[in-house]
Design a protein. Sequence first.
Length: 369
Amino acid sequence: MSENSSNNYHLSVKGLIKYFGDDRAVDDISFGIPEGKFLTLLGPSGCGKTTTLMSIAGLHKPDAGDIDLGETTFTSTEKNVYLPPEKRDIGMVFQSYAIWPHLSLEKNVSYPLDIRKVNQSEIDDRVTATLRLVGLEDMMGKEATQLSGGQQQRAALARAIVFHPKLLLFDEPLSNLDLKLRERMRVELKRIQHEVGITSVYVTHDQAEALIMSDDIIVMSKGKIEQTGGPHAIYARPRNRYVSNFIGIANLIEGRIARTASAGRGEIEITQNGERAILPCLLGEGLSEGDEAALSVRPENVHALREKPDGHSLEGKVIQTVFLGNYLDCRVRWQDFEWKVQAHPREHLREGERVYIHLDADHTLAVLP
């Protein structure tokens, strides 16, 4: 999945632009998805992710750009093509379940087949098989009003896949569920998508959902794509300060590239209250010696040691420890900066202790500010 050529992609979006008044909600973005993959558009409210999804669905008409699914052109401003939503062969699952309360579970799920005039025998077979797939076989015969929130969301998913669409679109479908159910449904949704093999685009502001469920992630901000890649790459090698801060928890401190070396390595200089430190790091793309940058390192890659280690370290003071079962969430102050540290409980760090902060050089990044 990338922002470039669309030749090998099942879904291709090129040069997509969408205005609302003077606001450029989607700002010339391009990406593609191979067949059967699960892509998440991730970002805060107002970043353009839902507008992008609605443009793919045909519920928004783009001001510029092309959207193609396989050999079918959904939208092309250059060719003056705009395929109506009902002709795009897309299944959608919304934040609101959109379950009809006056219909039974089976009639809710069979609706896409009913309007396509599929014969009743095939409808019955498909509905039964799909309800079995989403874990609702035991609820057959129930009215929609008898379903819990989680069951209604499963019913909405069943309705979206029962007619075997070429593309599945999800608009924050789990946001109305409680935490435990949401955690369970993340895994279930991914399992079901993998089993049916339908290319899927998922919109969320929840980074955990994106990391757990996605084959690929697009991080968006202000209508633009900040970074694309797999979950591990996005988390471990964020392209810039924005992505590092939005995905997971990171220590971020401004600095300057002091030296570049081979194999993408170098050193970054950071300064606090006149104290200067030069630390080894991996260099993000687009950085050269002398450039301003941000040091980015995850708490699990910061170590608070009682004895001074070999190599680079900073001396600080433990100002907070919170026991969270399998780890200690610590804060260690160095000058005016508070380092977030994830320590093992057996290290027994105590507030007020003087420690040496050691950063894992293989996981310390210099990124674009």
